[in-house]
Design a protein around this ligand. Structure first.
Ligand SMILES: Cc1cc2nc3c(=O)[nH]c(=O)nc-3n(C[C@H](O)[C@H](O)[C@H](O)COP(=O)(O)OP(=O)(O)OC[C@H]3O[C@@H](n4cnc5c(N)ncnc54)[C@H](O)[C@@H]3O)c2cc1C
Length: 416
């Protein structure tokens, strides 16, 4: 029954009266059937109150470790509470990979999928796009299944925990592959604005980090193909190949990060920036992110650059990534390729929130969607108007959860 009462960053104390940690799917079913308001909790990495409730929380971290590969279907079915890092190493051992990962392997599969967590790559959809099926516990404690191809499937995958407690997730897999990762120092911000598309098309996954105070670097993750003799250019886009490993967060040690310097290694040990054994990012932080239609990315970048003097004093680092379009109703990349503008802030809400509001105002003309798991200040109506399938999701929620067992303030606020 014991579990942490705060989120990972410590900026949110959960309002739940209890946090349950059942040891089997049967126990989850019994628990849901006999509890009033209840909601699933993942690995607690969200900064917003998306996971919170005034009812009760249930964590699946103690459920048996399920990782079942179907070679013919090219899928893996995993326990929803497992971390990507646990799943990835085992998949690799069996010769398989996921198409992409977020910046850290510490997050749970169901929790990441529920908020449309993403990595980077022009042709890579977010992590939820790998989902082919879900099993979940509905309000009466019954087990439900939803599969790709079902009419409501695109509404059920990125669902912010509002449809039930997901117990297993089935994901597409691809044959295991290697990645070479290099960092370029001293990238000019003007170059990022002017050559945005070229920069992000340069590799399988590209991230640009800037502190808006003179340090801008690119993380270039090249997928190794058979017979590939890729060697990184010593200079690229006016930037210089780093001769030593870097941590994206200025001042943090590079030992926390996945191997760089172009050394080929397994996908799960290169696509995330941070290693499972270490604290990801800085650990003492807040985060926000806004996903902007790709065609607006250079203008959105310039709009943020105009606020550099306001942003830099309260920022640790800002990361730019790209994500391919998908058809998942509540996904931040629903219906359009996007660029993500992410901010790792100092853990000082009073100083950060006014700057955050200025950024949101500057991005308003670009139809930016906030990351559900990070902090934002937009009014609910502004968020709602950016999701064209919201009415469909409301209908789905009414069907899955007629007694409003899985809702919370966040869902009521932003999804109505
Ligand atoms: C250091 C750090 C780095 C990050 N990097 C990235 C990144 O690279 N890309 C990115 O997009 N985001 C990133 N994030 C944000 C993070 O990926 C999301 O907030 C994600 O949702 C966290 O997953 P979690 O398992 O911690 O879920 P939680 O935060 O615990 O919960 C998130 C949501 O998932 C729901 N949920 C959890 N489990 C279940 C379940 N079994 N059934 C149904 N619903 C469930 C919860 O109810 C809640 O609505 C980062 C966060 C941190 C702290």
């Amino acid at each position: 029954m014991s579990a942490e009462r705060t989120n990972w960053a410590g900026n949110l104390h959960y309002g739940a009266t209890r946090i349950h940690t059942p040891a089997s799917v049967d126990e989850v079913q019994d628990l849901v059937a006999r509890t009033g308001r209840i909601r699933a909790l993942g690995s607690r990495h969200s900064f917003s109150d998306v996971a919170d409730t005034t009812g009760e929380l249930v964590s699946l971290a103690r459920l048996p470790r399920l990782i079942k590969v179907d070679r013919a279907a090219r899928t893996v079915t995993v326990g929803a509470g497992l971390r990507y890092g646990d799943v990835a190493a085992e998949l690799h051992r069996r010769g398989w990979a996921l198409h992409n990962l977020g910046s850290l392997p510490h997050i749970s599969v169901a929790g990441a999928v529920a908020t449309a967590t993403h990595g980077s790559g022009d042709r890579n959809g977010n992590l939820a796009t790998a989902v082919t099926g879900l099993q979940l516990v509905g309000g009466d404690g019954e087990l439900l299944a939803v599969r790709r191809g079902d009419p409501d499937f695109p509404g059920a995958v990125v669902a912010l925990g509002a449809l039930g407690v997901v117990t297993t997730v089935t994901l597409d897999v691809v044959p295991a592959f290697d990645v070479r990762q290099v960092v370029y120092d001293d990238l000019a911000t003007d170059t990022v604005a002017e050559r945005f598309d070229e920069i992000f098309a340069a590799a399988y996954s590209v991230s640009v980090f800037t502190d808006w105070a003179g340090t801008t670097r690119a993380w270039v993750k090249h997928r190794v193909e058979d017979g590939d003799d890729w060697t990184p250019e010593p200079a690229w886009m006016g930037a210089r190949l780093a001769a030593e490993p870097r941590n994206p967060v200025p001042g943090m040690p590079a030992v926390n990060c996945t191997e760089q310097l172009g050394v080929a290694g397994p996908w799960f040990d290169r696509l995330p920036h941070f290693r499972l054994e270490f604290t990801p990012s800085s650990g003492d932080e807040l985060q926000s992110e806004f996903l902007v239609p790709r065609e607006h990315a250079p203008d959105a970048f310039r709009a943020i650059a105009a606020l550099a003097g306001r942003i830099a004093p309260v920022l640790q680092v800002c990361e730019l990534r790209t994500v391919a379009a998908d058809d998942l109703w509540l996904s931040s990349s629903y219906g359009r390729d996007v660029a993500g503008f992410h901010f790792t802030w100092r853990q000082d809400p009073d100083a950060v929130l006014p700057v955050l509001a200025e950024i949101e105002a500057a991005l308003a003309p670009y139809d930016a969607r906030p990351h559900w798991g990070k902090l934002f200040t937009a009014e609910p109506e502004q968020v709602q108007e950016r999701y064209p399938r919201l009415a469909d999701f409301r209908r789905l929620r009414g069907e899955y959860d007629p007694d409003d067992r899985f809702g919370n303030d966040f869902v009521d606020r932003y999804l109505g």
